[in-house]
Design a binder for this molecule. Structure first.
Ligand SMILES: [Zn+2]
Length: 389
């Protein structure tokens, strides 16, 4: 019984994907759904007099205005005032619109008032307890909804992992979601000069129900007085909005064409304090296996007439010499200069399965938010396009 249900879900997902792709091609506007977290009686986090729902809305409205300055972009808001919209409805608004991207905006909070920095999440299984805790907190709102037990049958808000089983069918959007998330974090760190806590995966209900590249940005900690003050200010919200808009435009230009607008982001004046706690990397395989992967990858010759897959490791404003010691021991590093970013990539293959192994290898070397990118004749194309026969 359970198996049949899962198959049904998979088939439904596939047909939704097809519909989304088909209609995205016939509609010329690039659609971005903006989701200001919380609203009305759901305040989100509150600290030092800062109220999360208001900050989220402030950033989202500013972000929408910037995106709409491009006549080819259509912005759809899940809420544009102080109202309550449930999590599934937020995702459904994006599904009904056949949106190209879904961006949910939130603020983080922690009992430890020293914690600060931004973090962008994509849907998935969490590797860390802290990511799981954030997902749990953001999902908790469903208990405020009417009939939540019926509506979210089988989902336990205290155990966000229960969302995972159904998400495998949505994997085709994962790479672009990670790329969007990384682009946002690159901007927040390099252009806005704010501390980045990186890209992470966690089971957020609002992301789980949406079928398109989608991210949830925790723009900063309102529990931190300094960061909360910035998030609560017009200037802070404006510059965070500009930074997220810059990232969305970048992705749009890369995959859907058009021109990149000039967005003047004012750097945060206080120097960022580098995170002293090292990131915990999950070792998923032994060294011997990674050698095997290398061998497999080296055997096949590259056919330049076919799509070429690479693993993007990082983007940086300054140039880094492409030697292994600068890339955690990884060799065969190539880079492209796109606008003001150098993008560093590992590996090169026509075989998507090999590309997946190279991605895994990059992750074991510490590049947690690495993702696969595809090129045809030197021009970046979407993975969906590259995987088409
Ligand atoms: Zn929130």
């Amino acid at each position: 019984m359970k198996f049949t249900l899962k198959l049904k879900h998979f088939a439904l997902t596939l047909s939704l994907v097809f519909i989304a792709t088909a209609s995205a091609q016939t509609n010329s506007k690039f659609k971005v759904v903006l989701d200001a977290g919380h609203g009305d009686h759901d305040f989100g986090a509150t600290y030092h007099g800062f109220v999360e729902k208001n900050i989220n809305l402030g950033i989202v409205l500013k972000l929408g205005k910037i995106l709409e300055s491009d006549p080819n972009v259509q912005v759809i808001y899940t809420r544009d005032n102080d109202t309550f919209v449930d999590l599934v409805e937020r995702a459904n608004i994006a599904n009904r619109a056949n949106a190209n991207f879904f961006v949910s905006v939130h603020c983080n909070a922690n009992k430890n008032n020293d914690a600060f920095g931004s973090e962008t999440f994509v849907m998935g299984l969490s590797k860390s307890a802290s990511s799981l805790a954030i997902a749990k907190k953001e999902n908790a709102v469903i208990t405020l909804e009417d009939n939540y037990k019926k509506k979210y049958s089988g989902y336990d808000p205290n155990s966000p992992e229960s969302l995972i089983s159904a998400t495998l069918a949505q994997e085709e959007y994962l790479d672009q979601s990670i790329e969007l998330a990384s682009t946002i974090q690159d901007g927040l760190e390099n252009k806005l000069n704010r501390k980045s806590r990186g890209v992470a995966q966690a089971p957020f209900m609002v992301l789980h129900k949406a079928f398109m590249p989608r991210v949830l940005v925790e723009t900063g900690f309102i529990s931190n007085l300094d960061e909360g003050t910035y998030l609560n200010s017009e200037e802070g919200q404006q510059n965070i909005a500009k930074t997220i808009a810059d990232a969305v435009f970048r992705m749009k230009v890369e995959y859907f064409g058009g021109t990149m607008p000039v967005i003047d982001i004012k750097k945060y004046e206080k120097p960022i304090i580098k995170d002293s706690t090292p990131k915990v990397n999950v070792q998923t395989q032994t060294k011997d296996t990674s050698k095997e992967i290398k061998k497999t990858a080296e055997v096949k010759k590259i056919d330049i007439n076919k799509p070429i897959f690479k693993t993007q490791l990082k983007a940086s404003i300054s140039k880094i010499e492409s030697k292994p010691e600068n890339f955690n021991g990884l060799d065969k590093i190539s880079f492209v200069l796109e606008k003001d970013y150098y993008k560093y990539m590992y590996g090169e293959t026509n075989d998507y399965v090999v590309a997946k192994m190279q991605l895994l290898e990059a992750k074991t070397k510490g590049y947690d938010s690495a993702f696969i990118v595809a090129f045809r004749n030197g021009v970046k194309i979407s993975l969906n396009e590259a995987l088409k026969k």
